[in-house]
Design a protein around this ligand. Structure first.
Ligand code: ATP
Length: 235
């Protein structure tokens, strides 16, 4: 579904990604783990077109998407949930969800999707007229994911969904990510510092260090790998 080939991304003179190559197949949950500053968010932003790569290729369903503007990439079926759950704080929950559907004009289907989201996250239904900024951190993360889902993505990019949230809330969010993947057949690319959780959720994983992919394997193999356990699982 998604293929990155020798992708190199820069911030001015700083090279954040060094010849990254990876693949995500339809229906998979794939995770990218690594330390602070390894280049995980930059990988997502290169895919979504927010920070376009300087060289290399990104193919989505065999179409090149590197160099396309972010809205064109969203309309092709890729939605990103950025780190820090950037929802619109002064808009209500419903208005935030509407914003996620801004590229769509199928009103009835949009209604159905909002109903589906309220089934996934009943707390958002209760809070539908509340301003996004007044929600708890966990609820904002749920809203950020839901807003991305309103674009009906085939591929959902999640950047650190567990960041700063209580373990019980994190568990609920990850249960829903699995559900979106299995029930909705949405492919998921998950960036996480919580490597243990990410590898328990994903089918496959990549490990990133200093802008390079240093390992790729099935998630259970990475969980059992001595080097991964020492460096990223604190075991
Ligand atoms: P974290 O988990 O802390 O977000 P990360 O693995 O997602 O880390 P990135 O945010 O992708 O890492 O950062 C990769 C490298 O690019 C780092 O060295 C970082 O300092 C640098 N970088 C990121 N954003 C910018 C920016 N806007 N301007 C300059 N350098 C940046």
């Amino acid at each position: 579904m998604l293929k990155l080939q020798n992708v190199e991304t820069f911030y001015g003179n700083i090279q954040a990604l060094k010849s990254i190559s990876m693949e995500i197949a339809e229906g998979e949950i794939v995770t990218l783990i690594g330390a602070n500053g390894a280049g995980k968010s930059t990988t997502l932003m290169s895919i979504s077109g927010v920070v376009p790569p300087r060289t290399g290729e990104i193919l989505f369903q065999d179409q090149p998407i590197h160099g396309l503007p972010p809205n064109a990439i969203v309309s092709m079926g890729i939605s990103q949930v950025p780190e820090g759950r950037r929802i619109f704080p002064y808009l209500t929950v419903l208005e935030n969800l509407d914003m996620g559907a801004f590229l769509r004009d199928d009103k009835d289907e949009i209604k159905n999707d909002i109903a589906y989201i309220f089934e996934l996250f009943p707390i958002l239904a209760e809070r539908r007229h509340q301003a996004g900024g007044t929600l708890s951190g966990g609820e904002q993360q749920m809203l950020a994911i839901s807003r991305a889902l309103m674009a009906r993505p085939r591929l959902l990019l999640l950047d650190e969904p567990s960041l700063g949230l209580a373990p019980l809330v994190v568990k609920r969010i990850f249960d829903i990510v699995r559900k979106i993947n299995t029930e909705n057949n949405t492919t998921v690319f998950l960036v996480e510092q919580n490597a243990n959780l990410a590898l328990k959720t994903a089918h496959r994983g990549y490990v990133m260090e200093n802008g390079r992919i240093i390992m790729a394997d099935a998630a259970d193999k990475l969980l059992a790998n001595e080097d991964v356990r020492k460096a990223y699982l604190g075991i």
